[in-house]
Write a protein that binds this ligand. Structure first.
Ligand code: CP
Ligand code: NVA
Length: 313
């Protein structure tokens, strides 16, 4: 995987994703035992943020630090991009200084262009369409909690957004059946759905997008939601809340329709009282803090695979 980009998650095969998850588990164990191997000692990550971030920013920074490397965090208003320098020139300049770029952007095209013009790996740290580093952590967390991936049912309730689109790709690839319940105007992205559909056929998993949350949550092993108002959609707040509430809120009553041992996931940040109630996100079935922690371990694994030869770690 050395030298590759992570833009949508579709770049990686099932076998490659398993390798990343296995290494992520290994790094997690090592960290608990205070073992840290400085395998990225001469490497630097540059992070560009067009939007705010808590978890992505801190977990990537700590990931590089744990592995002995450096990271540079840049809000886009601090660099010449904000004064009209092109993505192309930015990518070419960064490629002369650092070893890998992580970018959080509004428009997915920006991260595609960074990857096109950079001569080093580019990681999408969230765009309007995809959030692949989140889904790597989610897959690690699901496997950790359920002991497997294949044959599980994941239900997404709410906005068919960037996290949902990437979960469609990740789940279909790993053999998880995924059902999405969202209002008609807030369905997942068409391109992501088509990629996932093909992947599902190959891996004998099922994906389906419907309207009814009560129907979708039946027999779910994993229930996932996210904000109704993603970064960049703030001006739509009123109409979005009207479209989603109350039907698409994950509350205890809805959660009780899933399997008895179902787990609840959310990439965070959450909005208690909107997409999820306190009773669910702070309740016994919620695994959101493990999910957040696994961003760190899975990103360490990702960085190792993108930056090093596999036989060197
Ligand atoms: N889940 C996630 O990406 O969180 P941040 O926006 O805090 O990075
Ligand atoms: N869907 C959310 C995810 C935040 C991590 C957003 O794009 O704002």
């Amino acid at each position: 995987m050395k030298g590759r980009n992570l833009l949508t998650l579709a770049e990686f095969s099932k076998e490659e994703i398993i390798k990343i998850l296995d290494l992520a588990d290994k790094f997690k164990k090592q960290r608990k035992n205070n073992i840290s191997k400085k395998i990225l000692s001469d490497k630097t990550l540059a992070m560009i943020f067009h939007k705010p971030s808590t978890r992505t920013r801190v977990s990537f920074d700590v990931a590089m630090n744990d592995l002995g490397g450096n990271s540079i965090t840049l809000n886009s208003n601090e660099i010449q991009l904000s004064r009209g320098e092109t993505i192309e020139d930015t990518a070419k300049s960064f490629s002369r200084y650092v070893d890998v770029i992580m970018a959080r952007v509004y428009n997915h095209r920006d991260v595609d262009n960074l990857a096109k013009y950079a001569s080093i790996p580019v990681i999408n740290g969230l765009s309007d369409i995809y959030h692949p580093t989140q889904v790597l952590a989610d897959l690690q967390t699901i496997r950790e909690k359920k002991g497997k991936l294949e044959g599980l049912k994941l239900t997404w309730i709410g906005d068919g957004n960037n996290v949902c689109n990437t979960l469609l790709i990740g789940c279909s690839r790993m053999g998880i059946n995924m059902q999405v319940a969202s209002p008609s105007n807030y369905k997942p992205n068409r391109e992501a759905y088509e990629i996932a559909k093909k992947s599902a056929e190959k891996n004998r998993s099922r994906i389906e997008v419907i309207n009814d949350p009560k129907e979708a949550i039946k027999d779910a092993d994993i229930v996932v939601t996210d904000t109704f108002i993603s970064m960049g959609s703030d001006s739509e707040r009123k109409e979005r809340l009207k479209a989603f509430l109350p039907e698409y809120q994950v509350n205890i009553k809805l959660m009780n329709r899933a399997k008895k041992n179902a787990i609840f996931m959310h990439c965070l940040p959450s909005h208690r009282g909107e997409e999820v109630t306190e009773g669910v996100i702070d309740g016994a079935k919620s695994i959101v803090w493990d999910e957040a922690e696994n961003r760190l371990h899975s990103q360490k694994a990702l960085l190792a695979f993108l930056l090093l030869d596999e036989d060197s770690f």
